[in-house]
Design a protein around this ligand. Structure first.
Ligand SMILES: NC(=O)c1ccc[n+]([C@@H]2O[C@H](COP(=O)([O-])OP(=O)(O)OC[C@H]3O[C@@H](n4cnc5c(N)ncnc54)[C@H](O)[C@@H]3O)[C@@H](O)[C@H]2O)c1
Length: 249
């Protein structure tokens, strides 16, 4: 099978990640998917339901652990797969009062959302440099990089970090032909979209809550080799919510 390239997607079993996996497979990419071990079986079933002979591999890894990230890339090397496109999508948040949030909790959020993105980018870039190949990286940030609800310090800091990491990587890796961009999703519903209220949709200037495929289409755009003038940018996909001026009535 001919492929457009090999994409590594982290957090691949999640609401957005699993739709990314399906979108890239359907667009003719070879997909390496990774998530926590107990989430991988569900992803495999989801892919199998398409009944198509896609080219993919699912490699479990806990991205909190730098050694597991090294092992993930070692396994891809053993497969003979060179990742030329990386989507750093894994992430989670802890909503907890500032005065109750522990150092371990802070570290767990920062280590998955930010440190793992750095380490995966480092491993990817090292291999692309060694082989003289070009590539693309997309970091999934959040509109919470620039706005917050209370009690979300670790998540907000991690997403602010991802946005800054993106332009730093774009500057460092530009000479190697590796483009680095981020996407800042707003509310992307990963549960029951039908259960959303009219008010949920109507508060968005775009008239609806977001869906994972809104993010998948943006990733496909940013990782398309034809769009090689786009690097170091952040694409906000939030139905206009961060452009909406809000005064209490
Ligand atoms: N859904 C939204 O409204 C929204 C908005 C803004 C940003 N985002 C971002 O989009 C990305 C995907 O989120 P989602 O909404 O699909 O949530 P999700 O919880 O469905 O997916 C996140 C995935 O990351 C994985 N993950 C968490 N910790 C991990 C670890 N230690 N090792 C490996 N994998 C780990 C989870 O298992 C999960 O599959 C996240 O980075 C999130 O911050 C989501």
């Amino acid at each position: 099978m001919t492929t457009k390239g090999t994409v590594l997607i982290t957090g691949a079993a999640g609401g957005i990640g699993s739709v990314l996996v399906e979108a890239y497979l359907q667009a003719g990419w070879r997909v390496a998917a990774t998530d926590l071990e107990d989430r991988c079986a569900g992803l495999e079933q989801k892919i199998m339901r398409h009944g198509q002979a896609f080219e993919y591999t699912i490699i479990p890894a806990d991205l909190q652990q730098p050694a597991e990230i090294e092992r993930l890339f070692d396994r891809l090397d053993k497969h003979g797969w060179l990742v030329n496109t990386l989507i750093n999508n894994a992430g989670f948040g802890i909503t907890k009062k500032l005065t109750d949030l522990t150092v371990a909790e802070w570290d767990s959020v920062l280590n998955v959302n930010l440190r793992a993105a750095f380490l995966c980018a480092k491993e990817t870039a090292a291999r692309l440099r060694k082989t003289g190949s070009s590539g693309a990286i997309v970091n999934i940030s959040s509109t919470r990089a620039i706005m917050s609800e209370p009690n979300t310090e670790a998540y907000a800091a991690s997403k602010g970090g991802i946005s800054a990491l993106t332009h730093a990587l774009a500057a460092s890796l530009g000479p190697d032909g590796i483009r680095v961009n981020s996407i800042s999703p707003g509310w992307i519903e990963i549960g029951n979209y039908e259960a959303l209220r009219e008010a949920d949709h109507n508060q968005h200037p775009a008239g609806r809550v977001g869906r994972p495929d809104d993010i998948a289409r943006a990733c496909l755009y940013l990782t398309d080799p034809g769009n090689d003038f786009v690097t170091g940018t952040d694409l906000i996909i939030d139905g206009g919510m961060t452009r909406k001026m809000i005064y209490e009535p």
